[in-house]
Design a binder for this molecule. Structure first.
Ligand SMILES: [Ca+2]
Ligand SMILES: [Ca+2]
Length: 224
């Protein structure tokens, strides 16, 4: 359930998997558009829904994606164009598909099984201590809805047991985790759209000794 200045949205998924959208207009702000005070619409009339959503400054396609991971390349499987190394892959300019490199260091994707760590999805995972140094990387959720609660989830392992993972949302630190050992552990947090500085920037940062081996992460997701 998302709260807006003019409307409250209720979403439900029926047994066939189709999404229906119930709109209850709370104020007279939309009456000028000729809408009924209460209207039930379906995905089939998305154009109308988009008009309403635009009034709140939000995209209906963004609001819609319940149960969909909003993080791009959160499993680090997109290695297109990357340079192969014995341990994995990297781009010469340090970049990584889907992610913003926030510290000018190289973002390095490692093979499943490296240092005894198994990726939790696919063939690759990310090392938060690259060559050289602890990295900071992030993604902006451009379509995050103010006040909407999202679930951030990722898996992390630390075979050297001296590294950690700091997580920031909207410029504020929300978690500092210390996985212990080579077995991936799942971490999950609730985050709110527009919280902190309002940037909707997720930032993940490696911590610990800068010795080219850091915590490994995989399966990063943000879902509503
Ligand atoms: Ca993966
Ligand atoms: Ca390290």
């Amino acid at each position: 359930m998302g709260r807006f200045s003019h409307a409250v949205l209720g979403f439900a998924t029926d047994e066939s998997g189709a999404v229906t959208v119930d709109w209850v207009v709370l104020t007279g702000g939309l009456v000028g558009l000729g809408l009924a005070a209460t209207a039930v619409i379906s995905v089939g009339v998305e154009y109308q829904a988009r008009e309403i959503a635009d009034l709140t400054g939000q995209s209906i396609t963004g609001i819609h994606r319940w149960g969909v991971n909003r993080i791009a390349n959160g499993s680090f499987e997109d290695i297109e164009g990357m340079i192969a190394a014995g341990w994995g892959f990297y781009h010469a300019d340090g970049s990584l598909a889907g992610w913003i490199n926030l510290d000018d260091l190289r973002l390095e994707v490692h093979h499943d099984g490296y240092h005894g760590v198994s990726a939790t999805h696919g063939d690759f995972m990310l090392d938060l201590d690259a060559s050289p140094g602890n990295i900071s990387m992030g993604q902006v959720l451009n379509d995050a809805v103010d006040g909407q609660i999202y679930t951030l989830s990722f898996d992390a392992a630390d075979p050297r047991m001296n590294n950690g993972v700091d997580v920031y949302w909207g410029g504020e630190i929300i978690a500092s985790v210390n996985p212990e050992g080579a077995t991936m552990q799942n971490y999950s947090f609730q985050i709110e759209g527009g919280a902190g500085d309002g940037s909707n920037l997720l930032m993940i940062q490696g911590t610990g000794p800068q010795d080219n081996v850091g915590a490994y992460i995989d399966s990063v997701s943000i879902e509503s």
